[in-house]
Design a protein around this ligand. Sequence first.
Ligand SMILES: *Cc1c(COP(=O)(O)O)cnc(C)c1O
Length: 411
Amino acid sequence: MKKPDRKNSMPDVAGYYGGYGGRFVPETLMRALRELEQGYRRTVRQASFREEIGYYLRHYVGRPTPLYFAASMTADLGGARVYLKREDLAHTGAHKINNTIAQVLLAQKLGKRRIIAETGAGQHGVATATAAALFGLPCEVYMGDLDVKRQALNVDRMRLLGARVISVSSGSMTLKDAMNEAIRDWVTNVATTHYVIGSVAGPHPYPMIVRDFQSVIGREAMRQIRGLEHRLPDVLIACIGGGSNSMGLFTPFLRHDDIALIGVEAGGLGIESGKHGASLTAGDKGVLHGAMTRVLMDTDGQIVIPHSISAGLDYPGVGPELSHLKDTGRLKVYTVKDDDALSATAYLSKTEGIIPALESAHAVAFALRYVPGLRKGSVVIINISGRGDKDMDIIREHMAFENERGHDESH
Ligand SMILES: *Cc1c(COP(=O)(O)O)cnc(C)c1O
């Protein structure tokens, strides 16, 4: 297996991570992407910009988020020391805000006065609308018609935050159609508008920018674990939708070859069922959202609508850097099914008093089967990417079903 070349900083000049990445966009956007890349590289070098981001992450988002030693889980799982990185405690309840605040600040530095985004489940839309409200910029969010109906709470949140939600009724009326509309808007309004992409996906330079902005998770975790354990961890575990919370945690640890990096994808109803969101496990090489990556497609090369109980893992592609890291063997990828994610949600709630997002529960579920096999005293960090309040309707449905089957354990 080829080792990743970590002497060259990724991506290369054309925005490739090995064979993945690049820019597969209309000609009119090539210039905009090059300008964004140059503008980003110039701006991020300025100490004042980094300090400004740091100010809002600390005083508005509530960073650093705790790295919590999960004593009960540690005892229950046989002695490997389990830590939880608490992104669920960030403002708006997940890690997405780290990226949207930084991107909206960047947009301002680049002279863009209007913000657009696309959203599937609405979490990225809410995080973008929050950042736009904070800095007083107009914000429009594209969302598939079907998602607008399914995710009414997040639509209301966005509107309350002052954003305009534009319902997209073309195609499958879901995320990929919203992505197309957002790109169309950007092509038309590129002089005044910044397009906030919500994960380490999309055309170069987005995967790099979002990774850099989310790496605050890993930088904090590294400092925190050194303080608590006086050494680096053995294993990092994170769920993978587009890949931003995982790359955020992994990036500062990448060069330490002996630290295992584990990504957990949505197994949905099982890989063999075809109803899942496991682009790295079961996808093929193809273009999605302007980048070459691993994509869920049918035999005709058409994008397959993914399935996961967690809306945030319901994405038919994955960030190009993760595709590369998997191919080189640096990243190990596993899947967790819907039911196991639900059980892990109940487990973490009862064991540690923390209700995780269903996305994060995939990482927890994998830990439940993996950690008991580790040596006593090993150090494991699980990224709790978000909190579970948003998922209570789904969780409640499942609990009712369990109760009917006579598994009610409440007294
Ligand atoms: C959106 C989301 C994810 C998945 O996105 P990534 O880019 O893979 O991090 C995971 N967890 C939560 C809580 C989310 O909101």
